[in-house]
Design a protein around this ligand. Structure first.
Ligand code: ME8
Length: 522
C-alpha cells in the first residue's frame, strides 16, 4: 500500500454464465480510467473486480455445460480474468465468490444482520415461505404488479427475462422496516446515487413502500450455506454484494484494509442493477451496523449497430475481437469518449473508425508525430530551449497547464467524455499553433524562435500525454518514452515541472495508427 488518501473503487462482479462482452469491458474500462487517474493524482487506490459464481443461473449453466459447478466457474472466471488483461485493466484484486474468504464474509454479514434488531425492534431476519415470481436471468424476485404480459399472456420481468413461480421455505430480510432509514440516508447524502435520474427512480421506488426480501433459497444448493441452517443457501445477491467487503478483509473489521478502504468511494454499476446497489445493499449494511458506500454510479447500456446485443441476434461483441481489430487503446478511447457516462449509446464500427482516424490518428497522433519529427530533423533530436515567450506561446502553455484542474473536476463526476473533450481541445489548440507558427519556415528565418515554438509544443505534448495515461495507457506510455520521461516519473505531480532543454529524444514512431479497412478478398 502506498501513501495518499484512500480511494476504493469497484466494478460489479461478472456472472460466470456469460462470456465476456462489450458491456463487461465497458464497466471495467470506465473503472480503470478512474482508478488510474486517481493513482496518478496521488491517491492510494484499491480497485476491485471479479466474478459472481453462485446461484441458480450459474448452477443451470454448469449443468447445461455438463460440468460440476465449481469446475464450470473455474473455467469461465478465467475468461473474465483474461478480459481484464486484454483491456489493460489495472485492478488490484480479482475476487471470486467461491473463495473461502468470501464464504466467511457472507456468513459474517448474515450473522451481523441477524444479530441486530430492525429500527422497529423486530428481528432483521425471520423464517417464512416464499411464494412468488423469480427471474433466474436477473436472479431477482418480482411482485405480480411489476411483471409485463406479452401478446400470449406470458409474464416477463421488466428486463424481458422469463419468470417462474417459486414456492419454498425461505428466510426473509425485514426490508420494509428500513424504508425510513433508506430515505433519510438518500436525503442526507444527495450524491449517493448518480446520475440524478437514477436517484429519482430509486427514491420514488422506496417511497412506494418496500416488501420484505427473500434472502435464502432451498430448491438448489449452489450457494453460501446459511449459518445455522445449511438446508438454505443465501440469496445470490446478498452473497454477491458482500464481495465488496470481502476484498477489504471483512468480517475482520479491524483489518488494515478494512480500516483504510471501507466505506467504498464508488461502486460503478450498469443501470440494470441499481436497485440491488442502492436499495438492498445499503439496507443490508445498515442492518449489519456497517457503513454505507459513498457513491453508486450507474452507467448506461450499449446497443450494437442499433440493436440490443444478444447471441441469438448474432451481434454479440467480444472484447477480444475488438482489440484484435482496433487495438486496446482505441477501443478504450471510443467507449469513454463516444457517450456521456450514464447515458445509453450505440456501438457501431463506423463510429469506432471515425474516432480512430479522426481524434486519435489525425489529431493527437499527427500532432505528436510532426512535432517530434521536427525536433529530430531540425534540432538533431535534442530538445531546444525556449527563448522569450510570445503571447501565443503563453496561451498554449496556459491551456495545457489548466488541464489538470479541469479534468480533476470532470473525473470527480465522473464525466469521462468531458475529460477527454477537454484534453482534445488542447490537442486542437496545439495543432492550430503549429500551423500558425509554421516551424518549417522559422527553420529558415529565425532559429531562436524555432526553438521556442518547438519547446512550447513539446511541453504541451508532455501535459497531454501525462493526462491521457488513464484513458489510453499504452499510447501515452509510448509518447512519454519519446519525450524521454522516465517511467517512474509520470504522475500528475510532475506536471508542475517542465521539460529540460538539451534532453536527447529518441526517433519518433507513430502512436495512433490510422485504421485502414482490410481489402475484401478477391
Ligand atoms: O449484473 N452495455 O453481472 P453481469 C453496458 N453479477 N453494460 C452492460 C451491458 C451492455 N450491453 N450488458 C451488461 C451482474 N452490462 C451481477 C453483478 S455486483 C455485486 C453483481 C453490464 O455479468 C451490467 O449493467 O450480468 C453490469 O453492470 C455488468 O455488465 C455485469 O453484468
Amino acid at each position: 500500500m502506498t501513501g495518499g488518501k484512500p480511494f476504493y473503487i469497484t466494478t460489479p462482479i461478472y456472472y460466470v454464465n456469460d462470456s465476456p462482452h462489450l458491456g463487461h469491458a465497458y464497466t471495467s474500462v470506465a473503472c480503470d480510467a478512474l482508478a488510474r487517474f486517481m493513482r496518478l493524482d496521488g491517491f492510494n487506490v484499491l480497485f476491485l473486480t471479479g466474478t459472481d459464481e453462485h446461484g441458480q443461473k450459474v448452477a443451470k449453466s454448469a449443468r447445461d455445460a455438463g460440468l460440476a459447478p465449481l469446475e464450470f466457474c473455474d473455467r469461465v472466471s478465467q475468461n473474465f480474468r483474461a478480459m481484464t488483461k486484454l483491456m489493460d485493466i489495472s485492478n488490484d484484486q480479482f475476487i471470486r465468490t467461491t473463495e473461502e474468504r468470501h464464504v466467511k464474509a457472507s456468513q459474517g454479514i448474515w450473522q451481523a444482520i441477524a444479530g441486530n434488531k430492525s429500527p422497529k425492534g423486530r428481528d432483521n431476519i425471520y423464517l417464512g415461505k416464499y411464494a412468488g415470481w423469480y427471474a433466474v436471468r436477473d436472479e431477482a424476485f418480482y411482485g405480480e404488479d411489476e411483471l409485463i404480459k406479452d401478446a400470449n399472456g406470458t409474464r416477463h420481468a421488466p428486463s424481458g427475462a422469463e419468470v417462474e413461480w417459486v414456492e419454498e421455505p425461505s428466510y426473509f430480510f425485514r426490508l420494509s422496516d428500513w424504508q425510513d432509514g433508506l430515505l433519510a440516508y438518500y436525503d442526507a447524502h444527495p450524491d449517493f446515487i448518480a446520475p440524478k435520474s437514477r436517484r429519482n427512480e430509486v427514491v420514488s421506488f422506496v417511497k412506494g413502500g418496500l416488501n420484505d426480501l427473500s434472502v435464502s433459497r432451498t430448491s438448489f444448493d449452489w450457494g453460501v450455506p446459511v449459518p445455522g441452517n445449511p438446508k438454505h443457501v443465501m440469496y445470490v445477491w446478498l452473497d454477491a454484494l458482500t464481495n465488496y467487503l470481502t476484498a477489504v478483509g471483512y468480517p475482520d473489521t479491524k483489518a488494515a484494509a478494512y480500516k483504510t478502504f471501507w466505506p467504498a468511494d464508488i461502486h460503478v454499476v450498469g443501470k440494470d442493477i441499481v436497485r440491488f446497489h442502492c436499495v438492498y445493499w445499503p439496507a443490508f449494511l445498515m442492518a449489519a451496523g456497517l457503513e454505507v458506500p459513498k457513491r453508486v454510479f450507474a452507467h448506461g447500456w450499449w446497443t450494437v449497430e442499433g440493436h440490443k446485443m444478444s447471441k441469438s441476434l448474432g451481434n454479440f461483441v467480444a472484447p477480444q475481437q475488438l482489440v484484435e481489430q482496433y487495438g486496446v487503446d482505441a477501443v478504450r478511447y471510443f467507449m469513454l469518449r463516444e457517450l456521456p457516462f450514464g447515458s445509453d449509446g450505440d456501438f457501431s464500427r463506423r463510429a469506432v473508425v471515425g474516432r480512430i482516424n479522426g481524434d486519435l490518428a489525425n489529431d493527437f497522433g499527427n500532432l505528436a508525430q510532426r512535432v517530434l519529427s521536427m525536433i529530430q530533423s531540425y534540432c538533431g533530436g535534442k530538445l531546444p530551449g525556449p527563448g522569450a515567450l510570445k503571447a501565443a506561446d503563453e496561451t498554449l502553455l496556459a491551456s495545457a497547464r489548466a488541464l489538470l484542474m479541469k479534468t480533476r473536476t470532470e473525473m470527480a463526476e465522473p464525466a469521462f467524455h468531458r475529460a477527454l473533450e477537454t484534453i482534445w481541445h488542447v490537442v486542437g489548440d496545439a495543432n492550430r499553433y503549429v500551423d500558425e507558427q509554421a516551424p518549417w519556415t522559422l527553420r529558415k528565418t529565425d532559429t531562436a524562435r524555432l526553438g521556442t515554438v518547438l519547446y512550447t509544443l513539446a511541453e504541451t505534448i508532455r501535459h497531454l500525454a501525462i493526462l491521457a495515461q488513464p484513458f489510453v495507457p499504452q499510447a501515452a506510455a509510448k509518447l512519454l518514452d519519446q519525450l524521454s520521461i522516465p517511467p517512474g516519473n509520470r504522475d500528475f505531480a510532475v506536471l508542475a515541472t517542465a521539460l529540460i532543454p538539451g534532453t536527447v529524444l529518441p526517433k519518433p514512431a507513430g502512436i495512433f495508427p490510422r485504421y485502414v479497412e482490410a481489402a475484401a478478398a478477391p
